[in-house]
Design a protein around this ligand. Structure first.
Ligand code: ZN
Length: 773
């Protein structure tokens, strides 16, 4: 196409016509003033803790006994609660998380159910009868003088009334005694419990939420008042722990913190090996498979008490079994050595021995680079095949083992590495950067899964990460909005938790890092957030604000779109119009115009020629005048003079434009999905070269729905791709090409009427290759 009269037309080409907005400002770039809490002396507008920021502290001294015969926990604790708030407290609240297993718990009552063609037996059994007598049995709550304190149990929470208000700056000391039945995780799943091994009759205990824990009292919620229903995890204050765990004498116990009495529970050889492991380059076996296999044949009636101490932690968990193999390796942080360790039964080998501790070490190192040095003395991964993955300070429980013949699928290998990275990574979010999990799952899961992605990619090039890359979220984002929640939805109310609270925020953060902010700005701001809020309690605003404050990038539009709505990205390359300026040279323009006109023979012109022998004008010369024979394409003297005159007023640069040096491409974009995003374009030219242009999202700041922009090249464009590197999670790539191109959609064919098995570990070529022999 060739027209375009004056060069000067540029100036008024794109005033960015104002789209009619209603009187209410719905612009996607408006600031998040209504959505955000007002900054104050506790939390500043910059996203940092304010000058009067405070938080509570709860120290625990716990004695707990594991009854391996009846699978019970008996415990007694003394809590020292520091009221560091400016407020007097007339009561305190505790969490009784085990109570979700109580027979009359709201968790059972409010869990929705439907019967489909595939129902796991444990769900059916739960519907038929629920005879597990779970939940805390509280023996007493007493003050420091042994006087009973009145308490009220409200489902998963317990209020303890104080004889007089606990004043700011004062300490409350009280004790609680309790016991409970431990759940069998094979029947009932759960975040903690025991796994039973039919063959040898032993159990692997992975024990957590095992003691009544203090609720958080803070400046944003007051006392936590959201019950534990099962999905929204935990909200816990920091404190120092001293925990004595009494287990059968032939058990190996791993826990949050440092073992205080190794002489009483370990052999001299084990202590020597631990010492050796500190400086070892690879994991050192502390308890071997041979020793563990020997131990699992016994059933000691004697007991041993393991004492652990942990400071600045928000929780405590432990694992205990006579089946445990134990390995360890030191990880250096300056002159500090952190012990990366693993506990697993023989069923975990060979995968666990080869990978677990190495992955623990890799995780704390990689996360530290992006946040702060891992501050705790140990980092532990424990094998329990029914937990999925669950995190606690310094210790986490992880599923996935090889098959009984010791072979495993590729999927099993990578899912073990992934889950260990993920759960060890949780030390950073939320164990240290202690967000409120009961309110916001994404604040720990989203940030942690994002860090997991970086750590996986640093483990092995091309690691099959399930979340991170923008294109992996496309199927979810394209899905039915009815089953989506904005990321900013309370943990218990989120639809599709995995996609919404894990993958989507992970993807959003990766898009910020790779596309919106760039790695340098993002990494600095993310690290700043981690450092500002380590050992503190951040809110979503603290994160959003810090990311902007430390990077100098206003991201309100991004948070608004990605975190407060269920919109998706679908930008279409609506129209591409190729302009070249007229040369204004009659010797060029006139023959061209003639050729263009003659090429436009339309249907009537074609049909009329042979049909009408003589038109009126042809028949009657009296109808002729000047224009009957006038050739408008003929170059006149006047034309030439005009051109000469025009040229004399032009600079050399302007003359180059007239001479056709440049091609102008006007591209019209449409925002179909709703999310405003940067526009990334790859232009390929007829000479085979290409050029990538990156336009910030602010191009949409006036008109959020349609924008146009002219691109100028001295080459001719042969094709254009919008989002060529799949980095914006555009849900429809069919409208991203010029000339148009249709992306093939693949579909999978399968025969089984029950569909494919999920999480079954994938195909196992290790097994095939051994049977091939
Ligand atoms: Zn997680």
């Amino acid at each position: 196409m060739k027209f375009f009269a004056f060069l000067f037309a540029f100036s008024f080409l794109f005033p960015g016509f104002v789209h009619s907005q209603e009187n209410t400002n719905k612009n996607k770039f408006r600031q998040l003033k209504q959505e955000f809490a007002t900054p104050n002396v506790y939390r500043t507008a910059s996203g940092a803790p304010g000058h009067e920021y405070w938080q509570q502290k709860a120290d625990y001294k716990i004695d707990v006994k594991l009854d391996d015969d009846k699978q019970r926990i008996f415990g007694e604790e003394t809590i020292t609660y520091h009221n560091q708030s400016p407020d007097p407290l007339s009561y305190i609240w505790m969490q009784l998380d085990q109570n979700i297993r109580a027979k009359d718990s709201d968790t059972q009552k409010t869990s929705t159910s439907k019967l489909s063609d595939r129902v796991p037996t444990y769900q059916l059994q739960r519907m038929i009868k629920n005879d597990f007598d779970g939940g805390f049995k509280i023996d007493f709550v007493k003050d420091k003088n042994g006087k009973p304190l009145p308490y009220t149990i409200n489902k998963t929470m317990m209020r303890v009334d104080l004889p007089e208000p606990l004043q700011p700056g004062k300490i409350l000391q009280f004790s609680v005694k309790w016991w409970y039945n431990i759940n069998n995780m094979m029947e009932d799943r759960g975040r903690s419990g025991y796994e039973h091994f039919e063959k040898d009759g032993n159990n692997v205990y992975t024990i957590a939420q095992f003691y009544p824990r203090m609720c958080v009292y803070n400046d944003v919620e007051g006392w936590q008042n959201k019950q534990f229903l099962g999905t929204g995890e935990f909200t816990l204050p920091f404190g120092d722990f001293e925990v004595s765990i009494t287990s059968p004498a032939d058990h190996i116990v791993g826990a949050t913190g440092i073992l205080q009495n190794p002489n009483a529970v370990l052999t001299q050889e084990q202590m020597d090996l631990l010492k050796k492991a500190k400086n070892a380059k690879k994991p050192v076996i502390i308890v071997s498979q041979e020793e563990a296999e020997k131990a699992e044949k016994g059933n000691s009636k004697k007991e041993k008490t393991w004492i652990f101490k942990a400071n600045d932690v928000r929780d405590f968990a432990f694992a205990s079994s006579r089946k445990f193999i134990w390995d360890a390796m030191g990880v250096k942080f300056g002159d500090r050595t952190v012990m990366a360790m693993s506990y697993y039964p023989k069923e975990g080998n060979p995968l666990w021995e080869q990978y677990s501790t190495r992955v623990v070490a890799h995780t704390i190192k990689t996360y530290s680079q992006h946040t702060f040095d891992y501050p705790y003395p140990v980092a532990i991964s424990v094998s329990n095949n029914y937990v999925g993955g669950m995190e606690y300070p310094m210790i986490c429980f992880n599923s996935t083992r090889p098959q009984s013949d010791g072979t495993y699928s590729e999927r099993a290998k990578y899912s073990l590495i992934s889950v260990i990275i993920h759960e060890v990574g949780h030390n950073f979010f939320p164990m240290i950067v202690n967000s409120d999990e009961r309110q916001w799952t994404w604040m720990d899961e989203g940030l942690n899964t994002f860090m997991q992605f970086l750590t996986e990619q640093a483990w092995e090039y091309g690691f099959p990460s399930r979340a991170g890359q923008a294109y992996k979220i496309v199927d979810y984002m394209r899905g039915d909005k009815k089953f989506m929640s904005p990321i900013m939805t309370n943990s218990e109310s989120v639809w599709n938790l995995g996609s919404n609270a894990y993958s989507k925020p992970t993807t959003a953060l990766n898009i910020l890092r790779e596309t919106v902010m760039g790695r340098d700005l993002f990494d600095f701001a993310f690290k700043e957030y981690a450092n500002r809020w380590k050992f503190k309690h951040p809110t979503p605003e603290d994160f959003f604000r810090t990311m902007e404050d430390a990077s100098g990038v206003d991201l309100d539009w991004f948070w608004r779109g990605w975190f407060y709505t269920t919109d998706n990205v679908d930008i279409s390359l609506e129209n591409v119009t190729w302009f070249q300026p007229d040369s204004e040279n009659p010797e060029i323009d006139k023959p061209l115009a003639k050729k263009e006109d003659e090429s436009k023979l339309a249907i009537t012109d074609i049909q009329n020629k042979p049909d009408i022998e003589n038109t009126a004008v042809e028949r009657d010369p009296d109808t002729h005048d000047f224009y009957t024979t006038f050739d408008k394409y003929k170059i006149t003297k006047q034309d030439k003079e005009q051109y000469k005159k025009l040229l004399s007023g032009f600079t050399d640069d302007e003359k180059e434009i007239l001479n056709g040096k440049y091609n102008f491409y006007q591209i019209d974009f449409k925002n179909i999905g709703g999310l405003v995003m940067p526009i990334i374009l790859e232009f390929t030219f007829t000479d085979g070269t290409s050029d990538v242009q990156r336009i910030p999202a602010e191009i949409w700041r006036r008109n959020n729905e349609e924008v146009s922009k002219v691109f100028v090249f001295d080459k001719e464009v042969s094709n254009i791709i919008l989002d060529p590197f799949y980095e914006t999670a555009d849900v429809d790539m069919n409208n991203n090409y010029w000339p148009p191109k249709v992306e093939p959609t693949r579909f999978e064919i399968y025969k089984s009427q029950f569909g494919r098995r999920r999480g079954g570990g994938g195909s196992n070529p290790m097994q095939q290759s051994s049977s091939d022999k």
